[in-house]
Unconditional design. Structure first.
Length: 135
């Protein structure tokens, strides 16, 4: 009997500790995730096509996330997935999945580790959408 009580006690203690860790991780995520900026903003988006040609787009918007601007302006299209919009077509050019092509999103030349839908924008931001080959 005493062994069973000790086993249940250890299981309950382990579950309680797991719950505390989960709550702590959620709190850290909430306070460190990128915030968005409300109000009017002007952003620039450079599209670098397969042939290395560059086309610049300037947008004035009240939107808070990049994906909203891109779809509102019909600059991109794609598929909605668990991480947001997966961009397949930009400025009329579609990435060829068979050739391992994909659209890379960068801000001031640095690759973003968020999807367009999760990327907050600020006034004066400059983004690049580059057709990239190879996974």
């Amino acid at each position: 009997m005493k062994t069973e009580k000790k086993s249940y006690g250890k299981i309950i203690l382990a579950l309680a500790m797991l719950l505390v860790v989960i709550v702590a991780l959620l709190a850290v995520y909430r306070f460190t995730r990128p915030g968005s900026e409300s109000g009017a903003k002007t952003i620039t988006i450079d599209v670098i096509h397969r042939d290395a040609s560059l086309k610049a787009f300037n947008y004035h918007t009240d939107r808070e996330f990049l994906g909203e601007v891109l779809t509102d302006e019909a600059l991109v299209s794609g598929e909605s997935g668990p991480y947001g919009l997966f961009i397949t077509t930009v400025d009329g050019e579609t990435a060829d999945d068979a050739a391992q092509e994909w659209w890379c999103i960068t801000r001031d030349g640095e690759i973003l580790n968020t999807s367009a839908d999760q990327t907050p924008i600020a006034d004066g931001d400059k983004y690049e959408l580059t057709l990239t080959t190879g996974y």
